[in-house]
Design a protein around this ligand. Structure first.
Ligand code: GDP
Length: 301
């Protein structure tokens, strides 16, 4: 991920660092190239513009140009601005409540919601997301639209050794949520993960269903799963969801196939929501906590 952006920026910064002294015009020329590189990576236009304006202002405004290593200083400013654009480090899940803590997964069909639900559940049972404490996790699929969606989650549950709520044919999402809450309480689960139904598009029926489920389950975390390969569309989808439900974070899937990375770069600035995880493959272990600092480091090489 970020390969082409990283290459492009690497070239710009090598040239900047290669010069002894820098003029304001040199910085402006370099920043024009940075802007093009960001747009080619599919970063939203206002985000790219804002980023370049801020960096330019800092690089020219401070004593950077008179310093001994001006090129290096500019790279540092870009590095810090990238971290700010990606958001603070907030990848942990906040599940410190009287059990069961509820994590509600939302998103469009095919975004990777069910897969991600099982991946996160697996991590929770291993204790790797919440300060090493192993959680007892129950998963429930509320997806009554897609044939076999509930069975798919049950199969993944078996694979990752996480319990799933028994399926009762014909039950509607709100009833399933209620039953899942009861089961989680009675059976002493620490965390209940609700995999809600996806849709092909964001529509009112989907939003109403999510709100009804959230009213019953009172989730601590509402994670939106979006496909990073859809670039700016992913950001638009996130904005739509975010306007309707109080999202606590975003999971970007298919980062393994995303060489551009525009969704990751624009997401925080556009939606104000932190990216908490990145899906990096189909396997159950292919999930990474999203650390802006590491990502910025990866982009700048
Ligand atoms: P849902 O409809 O949103 O529940 O989507 P699924 O969880 O069924 O995922 C759809 C497809 O995407 C499946 O084939 C998954 O294996 C695949 N998938 C999910 N996450 C990732 C990921 O991070 N990387 C890759 N390469 N594939 C993924």
């Amino acid at each position: 991920m970020f390969e082409s952006l990283s290459d492009r920026l690497g070239g710009v910064f090598d040239r900047l660092r290669g010069r002894g002294a820098l003029t304001e015009a040199d910085v402006r020329a370099a920043m024009r190239e940075v802007r093009v590189a960001l747009l080619e990576a599919d970063v939203a236009l206002p985000v790219a513009r804002d980023f370049v304006d801020k960096v330019t202002e800092q690089a020219i405004g401070q004593n950077v140009l008179r310093s001994v290593t001006p090129g290096q200083q500019v790279v540092k400013i870009v590095h810090d601005a990238l971290i700010a654009m990606l958001g603070a480090d907030e990848s942990s899940l906040l599940l410190d409540v009287t059990p069961p803590a509820v994590v509600m997964m939302v998103g469009l069909q095919g975004s990777g919601k069910t897969t991600t639900t099982a991946k996160i559940a697996k991590r929770l049972t291993q204790g790797s997301l919440t300060g090493r404490e192993r959680k007892k996790v129950l998963m429930a699929s509320l997806d009554v639209n897609r044939p076999n969606a509930q069975e798919q989650l049950a199969t993944l549950g078996t694979q990752v050794e996480v319990a799933t709520l028994p399926i009762i044919a014909g039950q509607q999402p709100v009833e399933i949520a209620r039953r899942a809450m009861q089961a989680a309480k009675l059976q002493g689960y620490d965390v209940l993960m609700l995999d809600t139904a996806g849709r092909l598009h964001v529509d009112q029926a989907l939003m109403d269903e999510m709100k009804a489920v959230a009213d019953i389950a009172r989730p601590q975390e509402i994670l939106l799963v979006v496909d990073s390969l859809t670039g700016q569309d992913a950001v638009n989808v996130a904005q739509n969801f975010s306007d309707q439900v109080p999202l606590t974070g975003i999971v970007l899937t298919r980062m393994d196939g995303d060489a551009r990375g525009g969704a990751a770069l624009s997401m925080r600035a556009v939606t104000g929501k932190p990216i908490k995880f990145a899906g990096t493959g189909e396997k159950m272990d292919a999930l990474e906590a999203f650390h802006p600092e590491r990502v910025a480091g990866r982009i700048l090489g």
